[in-house]
Design a protein around this ligand. Structure first.
Ligand code: FE
Length: 133
């Protein structure tokens, strides 16, 4: 998989907070119910915390009860890349920023209509941009 926006490891370390680096670049996971956005309900867009690419709309956010921000689809079909992840004895679909390749979370097939998908995303992988009107 190739990504348009790349950085050296040293550059990522310099640009990201230690927690963001651990999650975005080392495939980490924040503890449930501890992140900034799992219970966040403002209207706007969620951007990749590493590269700023718009990834999800608040319109597709739902309360999954998991303690992580959850979306039933990305902002558009190109925003999020998926890769098979076999770590921790499970087979899961890892969600990556399509633009920079940073780790966002995982995609599960138990989401609500209309897609039936649940994009389970770390708050630390996102920044929020409030809708302007
Ligand atoms: Fe990104």
């Amino acid at each position: 998989m190739r990504f348009d926006k790349t950085r050296t490891d040293a550059e990522w370390r310099a640009e990201l907070s230690p927690e963001q680096y651990r999650i975005l670049r080392e495939h980490g996971t924040e503890r449930a119910f501890t992140g900034q956005y799992w219970d966040h309900h403002e209207q706007g867009e969620y951007l990749c915390a590493a590269c700023g690419e718009a990834l999800f709309s608040s319109a597709a956010k739902f309360d999954s009860g998991t303690g992580w921000p959850s979306f039933y689809r990305p902002l558009n079909t190109d925003a999020v890349a998926e890769k098979t992840d076999t770590s921790h004895g499970m087979v899961r679909a890892e969600a990556l920023c399509h633009h920079c390749g940073s780790h966002l979370g995982h995609v599960f097939p138990d989401g609500p209509a209309p897609t039936g998908l649940r994009y389970c995303i770390n708050s630390a992988s996102l920044t929020f941009q409030k809708k302007q009107d």
